[in-house]
Design a protein around this ligand. Structure first.
Ligand code: DSN
Length: 423
């Protein structure tokens, strides 16, 4: 296999090493775990040294409740410039009319978006959690299912893909205030234009949660709903490859409602060091190298899915169009939990996941979810994905064999040595 160029990003921890040896050693161990294993959890990625540096800077010291030019504290002249820069870059990146970069994470971003568009008790429509939706898309244990009335659509039982005609029929019957698209474990392209048409036909707000695919959307690898949807929420740390956090984009006429829902309704002081790091990541995502990265993420996911299928694994929906795939591991006679644990021992990280119409429980479902954003950031390509598929398959076939796990772990570590990202 052709060796890829090594990429090395540094972590600057000299003061921490002196001040707190225990914490320093734990952080170092976590870095080693990340470098000596393969991260295939599709919602994770590896940020650049520039993003790491921005995170560890003095805006963390500042209170800045409010928005640029309208703060409840003095001393925000420079902070305003940082936040305005992040907003400007995010709007440009996604061709959005308005952006709020303060949401601390994906769940509060969705909560703020819902409260900008609905009152408690109002109805919205989204995909079921066990078919790829998210907890905040109306699950009964989550605020979204407790405070609002959620109606769920499903994927087609045969194709395991969205059935837009069925969604339209349900939307016309239920007349939700918000039609939500965008998912957390759906491996196929989303027809956002069709969702917008359906929402318009019933006078509903169109909302997309593009947390997983944001990096693909802004790079033009996936349809970007931000220019024409009413509201789009995203996290910043998945395919977008920024710091942990989130953002909301919306039409200009909803700007006030969205901003008010983030602050003062939901959040207090924004984390301005994280907003600075978001601004760095947005700039990185504008570069031609990021477009190449996003294309490679998808090529890698396809290569991984195809090779796993060739080795006899059932891939949900028979493939992938984005950065993730779902493997029905019951096709190998094991469960999702067993697969996750065995792969973890071999240094391959993924998460157990339900598959559509799963007969098993979410705690030990039938599938695993694999994704390529982090491995692609390390520089891996289709050849490495084929090798990974072979290694994953070996573990899935003998999840209880110590010898197999040991041998796979050795091969994983050999591979990782060629793709060190953090020095
Ligand atoms: N936890 C994220 C994921 O793994 O998809 C969603 O919130």
């Amino acid at each position: 296999m052709k060796k890829a160029k090594k990429q090395k990003h540094k972590m600057h921890l000299e003061a921490l090493k002196k001040a707190d040896k225990l914490l320093y050693s734990l952080i170092l161990r976590e870095k080693e775990r990340q470098m000596q294993g393969i991260e295939l959890i599709p919602s994770e990625n590896l940020v650049s040294e520039a993003v790491l540096e921005a995170l560890a800077t003095v805006p963390t010291n500042k209170y800045s409740e409010g928005y640029p030019g309208r703060r409840y504290y003095g001393g925000n002249e420079i902070i305003d410039k940082i936040e305005l820069l992040a907003i400007k870059r995010l709007k440009k990146l996604f061709k959005a009319e308005h952006a709020n970069v303060q949401p601390l994470s994906g769940s509060p971003a969705n909560m703020a978006a819902f409260f900008a568009l609905m009152k408690p008790g109002d109805k919205f429509m989204a995909l079921r959690l066990d078919m790829g939706g998210h907890l905040t898309h109306g699950h009964k244990v989550n605020f979204s299912g407790v405070l609002f009335k959620a109606v769920h659509y499903a994927v087609d039982p045969k194709t395991e893909m969205l059935d837009y005609d069925a969604i339209e029929k349900l939307a016309k019957k239920e007349k939700p205030a918000v039609l939500l698209s965008g998912y957390t474990a759906y491996p196929r392209a989303i027809d956002f234009r069709r969702f917008k048409e359906i929402a318009d036909s019933i006078g509903a707000y169109s909302m997309a949660d593009i947390a997983h695919i944001a990096g693909l959307c802004c790079a033009g690898v996936h349809e970007n709903p931000a220019p024409y949807f009413d509201v789009v929420t995203t996290t910043t740390h998945k395919t977008l490859r920024g710091p942990r956090g989130a953002a909301i984009m919306c039409k200009a006429e909803l700007a006030n409602a969205v901003d008010k829902a983030v602050f003062p309704f939901l959040q207090g002081g924004p984390h301005e060091n994280v907003i600075a790091a978001k601004a760095v990541a947005f700039k990185e995502a504008m570069q031609p190298s990021f477009k190449r990265y996003a294309k490679q993420v998808v090529k890698n996911a396809k290569a991984l899915a195809e090779e796993l299928a060739a080795l006899g694994n059932r891939i949900v929906s028979a493939g992938t169009d984005n950065h993730l795939l779902l493997v029905d591991v019951t096709s190998k006679g094991i469960t999702g939990l067993e697969a996750e644990k065995a792969l973890e021992k071999a240094g391959i990280y993924c998460n157990k996941n339900t598959i559509p119409y799963d007969k098993r429980s979410p705690w030990d479902p039938s599938g695993i979810r694999l994704g390529t954003p982090a491995a692609t950031t390390r520089g891996m390509k289709e050849g490495e994905m084929q090798l990974l598929a072979y290694l994953i398959n070996r573990v899935l076939e003998k999840p209880h064999s110590t010898a197999t796990i040991k041998s796979v772990k050795q091969q994983v570590q050999e591979l990782c040595k060629e793709f060190i990202f953090y020095a």
